[in-house]
Design a binder for this molecule. Sequence first.
Ligand code: KIV
Ligand code: ZN
Length: 519
Amino acid sequence: MTQNPKSEQDRVLIFDTTLRDGEQSPGATMSHNEKLEIAALLDEMGVDIIEAGFPIASEGDFEAVSEIAKLSKNAVICGLARASFTDIDRAWEAVKHAGQPRIHTFIGTSPLHRDIPKLSMDEMAERIHETVSHARNLCDNIQWSPMDATRTEHDYLCRVVEIAIKAGAGTINIPDTVGYTAPRESADLIRMLLERVPGADNVIFSTHCHNDLGMATANALAAVEAGARQVECTINGLGERAGNTALEEVVMALRVRNDIMPWQTGIDTTKIMQASRMVATVSGFPVQFNKAIVGKNAFAHESGIHQDGMLKNAETFEIMRPSDIGLTETNLVMGKHSGRAALRSKLSDLGYEMGDNQLKDVFVRFKALADRKKEVYDDDLIALMTDSNTNAANDRLQVKHLKVICGTEGPQTADLVLVIDGVDHQVNATGDGPVDATFAAVKALFPHNARLQLYQVHAVTEGTDAQATVSVRMEEDGKIVTGQSSDTDTVVASAKAYVNALNKLLIRRTRSAPDAIAS
Ligand code: KIV
Ligand code: ZN
């Protein structure tokens, strides 16, 4: 096989689509640099194929895919395209810079999806032949997907898969677009295609599952059992609605239960935690505490019996070690006397490597935090890093000063100085409570029509001096963004999170809105 790297029988290729299907999740907007950072980490951790974006979707997507293609070291870099020559040409223009480029083209093949472009079965078959052939003339590594494959008639699915293979696709991806299938059916579908489609032996079958019924990982693994040798997934399972198959779950399941699922991936699992934190930070989608593998509680043993067992022998209650996914168990709590070297070493344990200049900035913020908080825990440092990454010095809007008056006697008022494009602006606003007054102040200085969809506060650690992480989701003309910030003062964190969301909206306004994914 020339189209697929390392396609030995026991090897399962990991295709990460965090930057495409993950970013498509409403609110999970990522900036250009954030995408480059994630791609670099995915490349480093051994992801075989990175789906870097949907180049026709916007100028921003195009530029991100091109840049990732130029910078990639090991991974195949893939761009998505609908079944149209224009889309495919645009995807090729973006990925062609990669050492190993791939074009991924798709069309909805189920009755419901065929109905949207009003194509008959024959017309769609012809479109597939033309577009896959066109893509193959540009690039020698083509992936084709029949969107909503799990709700497509089997005879028709076999027919179109055969056409795509004959036209030159080397990877056939079988999407469960709406998360409808179940493990046995997922396996049967791959087996059926392998048995019935002429030429199926010469291509890699891939599985792409969504988690609407909570079965994405089980469905993907069942497809692998049946012969799929590529799994499409995202870090933290990020993705539209209930998300996609989570990379960390598939990779760790194959590793921990290799006795019954004897397939290997090329992933360096010790980078999983770092990738999880980075994606949670950048997307603004926090990881639920009890999320498998990467949740805060995934390795926490609360009950007495469990703790006793763990102390005697960790294997009593642990099927994998925290260090397997890059979690280090250092008990070193930081405080105001901790120096720069200790901070660097601690951050490195947590997966944050940085140059001297960045460390200098982080150290100043760390000292300010340590002045307000006696003990600085790992989670405090993660929140601090998240905040440094999300609230950057070059943001157009920045909170400079905030003083809030609250208490039993209203009205609550907020006195705010907001820097807008480098110029200070001041206002005093009232509201129903301190957060409402603060948001009203921001709106008075920077009028906008964005609608607040979600306001959420989490305590980072325990105790009344704990930092609060605030998430704010906002919507403007169908574009959704999530802002985040942390501070020991909940109202300050709220103001910064709100402003962070507005900064993201300003970036989004400069991107042209694409048609939603449609065949
Ligand atoms: O879920 C889906 O069908 C997709 C395709 C574009 C592969 O994401
Ligand atoms: Zn999808």
